[in-house]
Design a protein around this ligand. Structure first.
Ligand SMILES: Cc1ncc(COP(=O)(O)O)c(C=O)c1O
Length: 491
């Protein structure tokens, strides 16, 4: 039998024996070396001759090892990128996600052949609802920002369904992550930004002044991007609901709260989770990630289709949801990420997740206590999973937060987030996560303390040990080269 492109792509996985998920292969047609697939490719894209490079195994291994060593990841060392929660990705997650049954699964297989995956997704939905104190959850959105967008579409649908058509504004505090206003604009809202109170919390008067019959939602991150728990959350909740607005929880900082406090119990109506942060799954350079959205009871009917539902002992994808906002991602969502997050929850259990949050807070507080006398922390409330220190004092000798980052990179340590949130001058936003040992926390703190003593001349030379040294950022911004053809010949 000749394969066609269509068959190779869609039919093969469907040949799984019914009721025996994962048993692929037995009924596949034999591989045909002589088949001609070239006719399926556009003319001009078929190679006339095939010259593969002739290299030895050691040469190839060395090439790839060298490339991998140019990279820095959570397997290399501390990765204290505040707000991004770059925690170690346990290898057991990868082992489970690379199981042949999952690897060979196809998203268009009949539901009765993918019961295991649907069960896993269902369990993850349930676990996330439990952790967040929410009533229903979708696993589809592909990142935190995609979750925000989905959540805001739900908010819009909620108001529209009630005939409350004036609500076209979303309020965000000035410490918000940039994706919050961006997602709100994409969902069709206008942004009202409010200033934070001097201690970094939500300014209740400013919030009450901004709330009106036009407010659709107030979006906040708790703990905030300053790593501070919102002490007025009950009043914030009351004010928003009194004004008929919904309360949106940006779950990027959930790593501080798991098992300790739940957004649902604080009165939040909609939240997203960044699985690629809190639940130890890879970030993959900004994606693919996963940003499930959970909602309170009244909003469950608006969640995207399909939902994974359980009927007796069977799981299925439910598309029959007339009030749903529709589909926000193809097929199952980022299944490779979902499986890893599920594994993390299963391995740690409730007690382990709670312990992870406790350690994340402890580790951040420890680094703060080690460096605060040198790098001031302008917002002084107790630290949760992260804190924001300032390198402003370095300006006097010609240094900056950027120089601290470059010096850290020179020492083989990943820098913290810099220049965010913007309400702290020369911000260094430090989030070590629960994964680091005391030795690693000390190594990082010692490096920061030592860097503060260095001269401006030394700063400008760093980083000298990295694959790419200090780049001409202004030159790069002013003279954009967007096509490899434009590179000067000598490069
Ligand atoms: C506070 C906060 N909100 C939202 C996001 C957006 O999440 P994602 O990168 O998953 O789109 C981030 C990302 O770092 C964040 O820190």
């Amino acid at each position: 039998m000749k394969h066609t492109y269509q068959q190779a792509r869609y039919d093969e996985p469907l040949l799984i024996e019914k009721g025996r998920p994962g048993r692929i292969g037995a009924s596949l047609p034999p591989w045909d070396d002589n088949r001609d697939l070239s006719a399926l490719l556009p003319a001009g894209m078929v190679r006339e001759d095939l010259k593969l490079p002739e290299i030895s195994e050691p040469e190839m291994i060395r090439h790839y090892v060298r490339l991998s060593q140019m990279n820095y990841g959570t397997d290399s060392g501390i990765y204290p990128l505040g707000s991004c929660t770059m925690k170690y990705n346990p290898k057991v997650n990868d082992r489970i996600a690379s199981h042949p049954t999952l690897q060979r699964m196809h998203p268009l297989q009949p539901e009765d052949t993918v019961q295991g995956v649907l069960a896993m997704m269902y369990e993850l939905q349930e676990a996330l609802c439990e952790i967040g104190g929410m009533a229903g959850c979708t696993l589809q959105p592909a990142a935190g920002a995609a979750g925000e967008f989905t959540g805001l579409l739900i908010a819009r649908k909620y108001h529209e369904t009630r005939g409350d058509l004036k609500r076209d504004e979303v309020i965000v505090p000035d410490s918000a992550h940039g994706t919050n206003p961006a997602s709100a604009v994409m969902a069709g809202f206008k942004i009202i930004e409010i200033k934070s109170a001097p201690d970094g919390s939500v300014d209740l008067n400013a919030l009450k002044g901004a709330l009106s019959e036009r407010t659709a939602a107030f979006m906040i991150t708790n703990p905030s991007t300053l790593g501070i728990f919102e002490k007025n959350i009950c009043e914030v909740q009351q004010a928003c609901h009194d004004a008929g607005a919904l309360l949106y929880y940006d779950g990027a900082n959930l790593n501080a709260l798991m098992g300790k406090a739940r957004p649902g119990d604080m009165g939040f109506d909609i939240m997203h989770y960044n699985l690629h942060k809190t639940f130890s799954t890879p970030h993959g350079g900004g994606g693919p990630g996963s940003g499930p959205v959970a909602v309170s009871c009244d909003l469950v009917k608006y969640l995207p289709v399909p939902m994974v539902v359980k009927e007796g002992k069977t799981f299925r994808l439910d598309y029959d949801r007339p009030d749903s906002i529709g589909k926000v991602k193809g097929l199952y969502g980022n299944i490779g990420v979902l499986v890893r997050a599920w594994a993390f929850v299963k391995v740690l259990g409730g007690t382990g997740l709670k312990r992870a949050s406790e350690l994340a807070v402890l580790n951040a507080s420890y680094i703060r206590s080690r460096i605060e006398s040198v790098y001031p922390v302008p917002f002084t409330a107790p630290t949760k999973h992260e804190f924001v220190a300032s390198a402003d004092f370095l300006k006097e000798k010609g240094g900056s937060a950027k120089d601290v980052a470059k010096m850290l990179a020179e020492r083989g340590l990943h820098p913290p987030t810099n220049y965010f949130p913007m309400i702290v001058s020369e911000a260094l936003m430090i989030e070590p996560t629960e994964s680091e040992t005391m030795e690693e926390l000390d190594l990082f703190s010692d490096a920061l303390l030592d860097i503060a003593k260095r001269s401006a001349e030394e700063y400008k030379l760093a980083p000298r040990t990295t694959t790419v040294s200090r780049v001409d950022e202004i030159g790069a911004a002013k003279n954009l080269i967007l096509n490899w053809n434009q590179f000067p010949k000598e490069q």
